[in-house]
Design a protein around this ligand. Structure first.
Ligand code: SF4
Ligand code: SF4
Length: 168
C-alpha cells in the first residue's frame, strides 16, 4: 500500500497533486479531516496507524463526538509545532506545511512521527550532499551531517499550518 507515501515535494509534486486544493501536499490530516474506526471500536486518526499508541478512545466506552472533541486529542497533528520535527525534517524548507509527511510511515520507519525518511524531497536533498540513509528495523541510520547545515532557500507554497481553523 503506498497510501500517502509516494513522497513529498519531489520533482513531480505538481503532477501528483495537481488536483488537490493547494496543488501540493499539505501534511497528514489524521485527526483533522479523517478518522479511523477499527472493528473493535478503537478510534484513531487513520486506520493505517497500526500501533496502539494512536488509539484515542473506544466507541464501546464513549461517543465519537466525545473522542473527536477531547481536548488534547490527536495532538501529533492538532498541536503540531515545527520544533517537534527531527532529523532532516527539522530543517526542511517545507517543514511547517508537511509536518513530517505521513504519520504512520514516519512512526514505523524511524520510530518518531516527526522524522520521516520516506520522502522524495529528503532523498533528493541528501543526495545533493552525498548522503544516503539506510533503514534498519525501527531505526533510520543516523549519520546526520546535514544537521550542521542551514536550509537553502527554495520556492515553497505560501501556506502554513494549521490549514483548518480551530484544530490547533
Ligand atoms: S523532509 Fe520531512 S518535512 Fe520535508 S518534505 Fe520530506 S517528510 Fe516533509
Ligand atoms: S497517517 Fe498517513 S495514510 Fe493516514 S491520513 Fe496520515 S498521511 Fe494519510
Amino acid at each position: 500500500m503506498v497510501g500517502d507515501n509516494l513522497g513529498f515535494f519531489g520533482p513531480n509534486e505538481d503532477v501528483l497533486r495537481a488536483h488537490s486544493r493547494f496543488g501540493c501536499w499539505t501534511g497528514c490530516m489524521a485527526g483533522c479531516l479523517v478518522v479511523g474506526i477499527e472493528a473493535n471500536g478503537n478510534v484513531k486518526g487513520c486506520l493505517s496507524q497500526q500501533d496502539p499508541a494512536f488509539i484515542e478512545g473506544n466507541l464501546r466506552q464513549t461517543t465519537l463526538h466525545a473522542i473527536w472533541n477531547r481536548p488534547g486529542g490527536f495532538a501529533y497533528n492538532r498541536r503540531f509545532a515545527v520544533e517537534q520535527l527531527e532529523g532532516f525534517c527539522r530543517e526542511c524548507t517545507y517543514a511547517d506545511i508537511c509536518r513530517g509527511g505521513c504519520t504512520c510511515a514516519a512512526h514505523f520507519a524511524s520510530g518518531s512521527r516527526f522524522d520521516n525518511p520516506y520522502c522524495a524531497h529528503r532523498v533528493a536533498r541528501l543526495q545533493d550532499r552525498g548522503v544516503s540513509e539506510e533503514l534498519h528495523p525501527r531505526h533510520a541510520v543516523a549519520t546526520r551531517p546535514w544537521r550542521t547545515k542551514p536550509s537553502t532557500a527554495e520556492s515553497r507554497p505560501r501556506i502554513s499550518w494549521p490549514l483548518i481553523p480551530g484544530l490547533s
